[in-house]
Design a protein around this ligand. Structure first.
Ligand code: HEM
Length: 196
């Protein structure tokens, strides 16, 4: 599905407010996770390998969430009833996000959308774009803890391409850095600004 047809996916549109940090500050964060142009190149290669496998990756990640009631909880009404339509809609954006993580230039538009993704995990914006009636907030500890499964599980998918072990390693580390960077940005609405 073309990205402009994905419900609720508003990357690059006028609906997205400007990021609350400058590109200079963003650059300092990138330096902190040792993210540089070589990582961007490695992510492009990763995108080529992952593109064909998006459904399989999502199957694995959704299976992981579905296997843990306390994670599936965030897609429910809080009383044990998962919202299937909500799960489906978020899944499509999640698939697009894998491609964006690999292919999008990490420019101002990308940065602006990171803060939007952060808000969508919190009371500020959760449920809104899908008009869902699920619980209204995802606790930050799970966002941070999720870095590990989202990273560790990608490795097998990266080996499916025609790349040497060294290249797979480069893609894997670039992915890991990007996920840490993104979750750091997404943590913004969770804490008082002066502490962030
Ligand atoms: C939304 C990724 C942690 C539940 C999303 C989206 C992405 C994403 C890409 C869609 C963004 C968009 O609207 O374009 C991630 C990643 C995580 C993470 C990479 C951690 C590394 C979690 C956790 C949960 C969760 C721990 C809870 C089980 C949700 C829900 C939405 C969502 C319910 C829909 C939010 C809305 O109402 O708009 N996530 N997520 N996420 N995620 Fe996460």
């Amino acid at each position: 599905m073309a990205s402009d047809q994905i419900p609720g996916y508003t990357y690059g549109t006028d609906d997205i407010p400007d990021a609350p940090i400058s590109m200079d500050e963003f650059d300092r964060l990138k330096q902190t996770v040792l993210f540089d142009e070589e990582d961007e190149e490695a992510l492009r290669r990763a995108g080529d390998v992952l593109e064909e496998q998006i459904d399989d990756v999502l199957e694995l990640w959704y299976g992981f969430v579905g296997d843990h009631d306390f994670l599936l909880y965030y897609f429910t009404d809080g009383e044990g009833n998962p919202d299937e339509e909500y799960l489906e809609r978020v899944r499509e954006r999640f698939g697009q996000w894998i491609l964006d993580t690999c292919d999008a230039p990490y420019d101002e538009e990308w940065l602006n959308y990171q803060f939007e993704i952060g808000r969508r995990h919190t009371r500020e914006k959760k449920n809104q774009v899908d008009d869902a009636d699920a619980v209204d907030h995802i606790d930050m500890r799970y966002l941070v803890a999720f870095i590990y499964p989202i990273t560790a599980t990608i490795r097998d998918f990266l080996t499916a391409g025609d790349h040497t072990d060294e290249e797979v390693d480069e893609m894997y580390h670039a992915w890991f850095k990007s996920i840490v960077l993104q979750v750091t940005l997404w943590s913004y609405p969770y804490v008082p600004e002066e502490n962030w």
